[in-house]
Design a protein around this ligand. Structure first.
Ligand code: FES
Length: 157
């Protein structure tokens, strides 16, 4: 059960593709756009590299929210890498629900290299949404249970 905690400051892990979304975050930074400091970004070369294992690991490690972002459909620098993720993530989110993890903790977006302002708005909004959801309910649970339960589902995605 998720609780609303005042002055809760959510941690957000961003998993961004190098060519579009990471460049978009960079563009926001060089344009001095102000966004909440809750986001830490890891970069992958293509959105197609983003697998459910990344999300599970982040959740197990106590991250409150995960922001997945890559090139818009049709803009992938490796032609169709992001199309795999576009199919994979919605299915994975439906599994999360079965394990009592609110899929709203995972935000899935497309951000291009010129959409720094869009990214900034999304991050700021996501922080507010996570504040309402409260801390991750699996933060203090047995990580082995979570891993076994989710890994079994991940194998078939
Ligand atoms: Fe960005 Fe493939 S290079 S999604």
């Amino acid at each position: 059960m998720e609780t609303n905690v005042s002055n809760f400051n959510p941690s957000i892990l961003g998993i961004f593709c190098h060519w579009c979304s990471y460049a978009g975050a960079d563009q926001a930074g060089t344009s001095r756009m102000q966004r909440a400091a809750n986001l830490r970004i890891i970069r992958v070369m293509c959105g197609g590299r983003i697998t459910p294992e990344f999300i599970i690991t982040a959740l197990k490690d106590g991250i409150d929210g995960i922001l997945i972002s890559h090139c818009h459909p049709g803009d992938c620098h490796y032609v169709s890498g992001n199309l795999k993720t576009i199919r994979r993530i919605p299915l994975f989110l439906s599994y999360l629900k079965q394990f009592g993890i609110n899929p709203k903790r995972i935000k899935y977006i497309f951000v291009s290299a010129s959409e720094g302002a869009k990214l900034t708005n999304i991050v700021n909004k996501f922080v507010e949404e996570l504040k309402i959801l409260g801390p991750s309910p699996i933060k203090n649970q047995n990580p082995n249970f979570i891993e076994k339960s989710l890994q079994n589902k991940v194998k078939i995605i």
